[in-house]
Design a protein around this ligand. Structure first.
Ligand code: UDP
Length: 321
């Protein structure tokens, strides 16, 4: 029995592969448009190709005895999705449909889907639960919610089970120091701040200081990438063991930090001072997104092991290398 990890050369996918290979046979499918081959653990079998390529999927599903698909392969930049929605609907929705069709055709029935806090849009609560109304405000969030809805439809009529994991803000690096967060170009707050503190860029832009939050900057819930990886494995084992099926779970720390607080913590951990520029709001950004992860904690015993200091310290160790 093997697990197919689509997008296993990306940030969260590669960290999950690193945890999975300790126990499972792993096949990684990635087209390397945003991922990096060197992030893939050498114990995994790597297939370079597109998610929407049915011939490659036929080959993988006939060559390997795939028990489940973990699907990380997606474009995930809110601002970019506002400017180029078709890219998001093509890569995140259309390509995923090909993958799902091929799974059904080959009788592969377990699916773990990387979803996002962006499905909630601008929530009407300080603490988002899975019951909070979904109402995405950008094409990225909509592309993820569409697949969530399609999964529920599939599970109604096919021998098919899924777990949807709605990540809040993934951050941090693997404890081995071998892999960490790396995007090109980088758009995420913590790596940008750390790269700036290492002298790799002149200044940091804070996008928006007039939000309805205590210091006027956006609040997010940062969760360590290894905690996310473990949630995937628990979800898979929960499904394979018959304990759960067709579930949606939030994954966050339950604590929100503003952009200014993140910059402050990065300065403390690095011992360096940042040059900050206050800039207009970025398109598509809600003021605050903080998760309750009580559901997955109660049903699968998942609890985050890393707090904000541990997250930023691990990221600092990786970036410093
Ligand atoms: N942000 C910022 N400056 C940057 C990058 C991000 O002020 O250079 C802000 C961004 O507007 C958001 C928060 O930091 O409010 C987290 O953004 P990120 O892109 O890391 O994650 P997202 O919440 O979009 O998934």
């Amino acid at each position: 029995m093997a697990i197919l990890v689509c997008g296993g050369a990306g940030y969260i996918g590669s960290h999950t592969v690193k945890e999975l290979v300790n126990t499972y046979e792993v096949v990684v499918l990635d087209n390397l448009t945003t991922g990096f081959e060197q992030l893939i653990d050498p114990k995994a079998t790597f297939v370079k190709g597109d998610l929407g390529d049915s011939a490659i999927l036929d080959d993988i599903f006939t060559t390997h005895d795939i028990d489940a698909v973990f699907h990380f392969a997606a474009n995930s930049l809110v601002g970019e999705s506002v400017g180029n929605p078709l890219k998001y609907y093509r890569n995140n929705v259309s390509a995923t449909l090909v993958l799902l069709e091929k799974m059904i055709e080959h009788g592969v029935k377990r699916f773990i889907f990387s979803s996002t806090a962006a499905t909630y849009g601008i929530p009407d609560t300080d603490m988002i639960t899975e019951e909070t109304k979904t109402n995405p405000i950008n094409p990225y969030g909509r592309s993820k919610l569409m697949i969530e809805q399609i999964l529920a439809d599939l599970a109604n009529v096919h021998d098919f089970q899924y777990v949807v994991l709605r990540y809040f803000n993934a951050a941090g690096a693997h404890e081995s120091g071998e892999i960490g967060e790396s995007h090109d170009p980088e758009s995420h707050l913590i790596p940008i701040v750390l790269q700036h503190l290492l002298g790799q860029c002149d200044k940091i832009s804070v996008f928006g200081t007039d939000y309805e939050t205590a210091d006027g900057t956006c609040i997010r819930d940062y969760i360590h990438v290894t905690d996310l990886a473990r949630a995937h494995i628990l979800s898979y084992e929960g499904m394979a063991g018959g304990k759960i099926a067709n579930k949606t779970y939030n994954l966050g720390n339950g604590a929100g930090y503003s952009v200014k607080e993140i910059i402050e913590t990065c300065q403390q951990i690095s011992g360096k001072k940042a040059t900050i520029e206050y800039a207009p709001r970025r398109a598509g950004d809600p003021a605050a997104l903080v998760a309750s992860s009580d559901k997955i904690s109660g049903e699968l015993g998942w609890n985050p092991a890393f707090d904000l200091n541990a997250i930023i310290s691990s990221a600092w160790a990786w970036h410093s290398k």
